[in-house]
Design a protein around this ligand. Sequence first.
Ligand SMILES: Cc1cc2nc3c(=O)[nH]c(=O)nc-3n(C[C@H](O)[C@H](O)[C@H](O)COP(=O)(O)O)c2cc1C
Length: 189
Amino acid sequence: MKPKIDNQYPIIEPIANRWSPRAFADKAVTKEDIMPLFEAARWAASCFNEQPWRFKVGIKGEEMYDKIFNTLGEFNQNWVKTAPVVVLVCAKKAFDHNGKPNAHSWYDSGQAVANLATQATANGLYLHQMAGFDRDKAEKEVVKDDHYDAICVFALGHLGNPDQLPDQLKEKEEAKQQRLGLDQIVSFS
Ligand SMILES: Cc1cc2nc3c(=O)[nH]c(=O)nc-3n(C[C@H](O)[C@H](O)[C@H](O)COP(=O)(O)O)c2cc1C
């Protein structure tokens, strides 16, 4: 079991209980399970309400899963392979209202994924986000539209058994989450 976090102030449970597993159960997740998570993402705030986030969803057994999986680095592929869902997060590069570059599209898309992760935890699901993928390959073979950046991949599913992982990753799976102190990230002067 993942140890409880050391929070200095009380926070809502889906935030306190969220963490990024690598051991996913080899258990299917249905479209009905995942659509509420994208609903949560949909209601994130964004600059000019542009909603630049787009999600390419791969469900195990379907072609899109393999396409997204094949963009991952070897380290990530080794543990992602049991996850029933992989998602490529994309961000629209320009604003609709004036066609100018949207410098906030990645920020906004990250907020949408944070909403999604919180809702997933509340619904008994977990995700693990990854920068360890080939962006060029993802843009060429999955996104196939110059108007969007490929910004992140996440694996999604039910918690698995840490014993299914190699020793080093098993240790990380069971370790307490570490964070900077509030005094290191918040200042009033
Ligand atoms: C943008 C982003 C990229 C990440 N890339 C990877 C990755 O390629 N491989 C990996 O195993 N974990 C990756 N992680 C997971 C982080 O290491 C993890 O979120 C962090 O250690 C905090 O742990 P927690 O999410 O369990 O609290 C990434 C997380 C984020 C948000």
